[in-house]
Design a protein around this ligand. Structure first.
Ligand code: GLY
Length: 349
């Protein structure tokens, strides 16, 4: 074992370890369940860590295409057919090596192949380390919206190898920071004050605690979607030219304005959101130009949380909570208060 921080996701007999540190990719074999005889390593071309993955059993590397447009049922079907080709049985294992797209697709493929086989995630982006690879949400997009098909399927273990962050493009780093800013509002923690390993491990621990208390999002887990209702709508409306974490940052600024519109928080708390998002985390909080507010409302109405009218996760006197039956007029008024991006070029790396 390398020196690493081990955070547990507490799920009774399915409790698993998340290993955070430099060189933790070398510990993958320790997370592969006993009895596994072969593995499929699912990744994307050019992943810097994949050559260092050794699951301790014979394996084949399967590459999936890059880009949200390939986060589809077609990619899952193709992967599952390759699992058949390489002879993966229900006693075997998938290893997802990559960012959130890879861990979502590899995890969902593992969840449905032979009605569910083991999966280990090797998170190689900041966003996957602090969010996507942890907690067992897997899935793919439909043309109608983001992550609309999926399954809860917990991994047997997760590796967050910080070596991968050294070569991470700035835009990918910003995406991880968007999720970190979310944790800031959930806990009030000054995450940026922590050294990198402790910062990532703290985010994992925050998420692990929430997932342990409500694995299948019967209630409390929904707080992890803070900022995500508008974010998912923006990703769909911009045809994914906004990346997830960038959209989450804008979604957090919107959620603050909507909470204010509903009388849940005061102006100072809205300003605090903008300060944290744009000042501390150096992320954008402005809506892209040219988007139709009615389209965004329509897309937000298709959000997975929706059971009773427009539903958001909003800050308030008792912290961040799910709020249903939000009047469309309030959602529109909050959109009208959003800063607008003067220059879409700001979204580029
Ligand atoms: N990313 C939100 C969740 O895992 O619940």
């Amino acid at each position: 074992m390398n020196a690493s921080i081990c955070v547990q996701v507490p799920l009774a007999d399915r409790t698993y370890d998340v290993l955070v540190g430099h060189g933790t990719v070398n510990d993958v074999a320790s997370l592969v369940p006993r009895g596994v005889r072969r593995a499929a390593v699912v990744t994307q071309a050019g992943n810097p860590l994949v050559r260092r993955v050794d699951p301790g059993v014979p394996f084949e590397v399967l590459e999936i295409p890059d880009g949200e447009h390939h986060k589809t049922m077609a990619t899952v079907e193709d992967l599952c057919r390759q699992f058949v080709r390489i002879g993966l049985t229900r006693a075997d294992c998938v290893i997802g090596v990559g960012g959130g797209l890879v861990t979502d697709v590899a995890g969902f493929s593992a969840a449905v192949y032979h009605r569910g086989i083991a999966v280990v995630h090797v998170a190689t982006t900041l966003l996957a380390m602090v969010d996507a690879a942890i907690g067992g949400k897997t899935g793919v997009n439909l043309a109608e919206g983001k992550n609309l098909v999926g399954a809860f399927w917990q991994p047997s273990g997760v590796v967050c190898d910080l070596d991968a962050l050294a070569t991470l493009p700035p835009r990918e780093t910003r995406c991880g920071l968007g999720e970190m800013a979310k944790y800031h509002f959930l806990t009030g923690d000054d995450l940026l004050a922590l050294p990198l390993p402790e910062r990532v491990a703290r985010c994992v621990a925050i998420k692990a605690e929430v997932v342990g208390s409500d694995e299948r999002e019967g209630g409390r887990r929904a707080i992890l979607n803070y900022g995500h209702t508008l974010a998912h709508a923006l990703e769909t409306a911009t045809d994914h030219s906004l990346a997830h974490g960038e959209a989450v940052a804008i979604g957090l600024a919107y959620a603050a304005r909507l909470a204010h519109e509903l009388g849940r928080i005061d102006e100072a708390r809205v300003a605090e959101h903008d300060r944290v998002i744009t000042g501390a985390y150096e992320l954008g909080n402005a809506l892209p130009v040219g988007l139709d507010d009615a389209l965004l409302i329509d897309l937000m109405g298709r959000d997975k949380k929706v059971v009773d009218g427009l539903t958001f996760v909003l800050d308030g006197p008792e912290g961040v909570q799910t709020v249903s039956a939000v009047p469309e007029s309030a959602a529109l008024a909050a959109l009208a208060r959003m800063p607008r991006m003067a220059d879409r070029g700001k979204m580029q790396p």
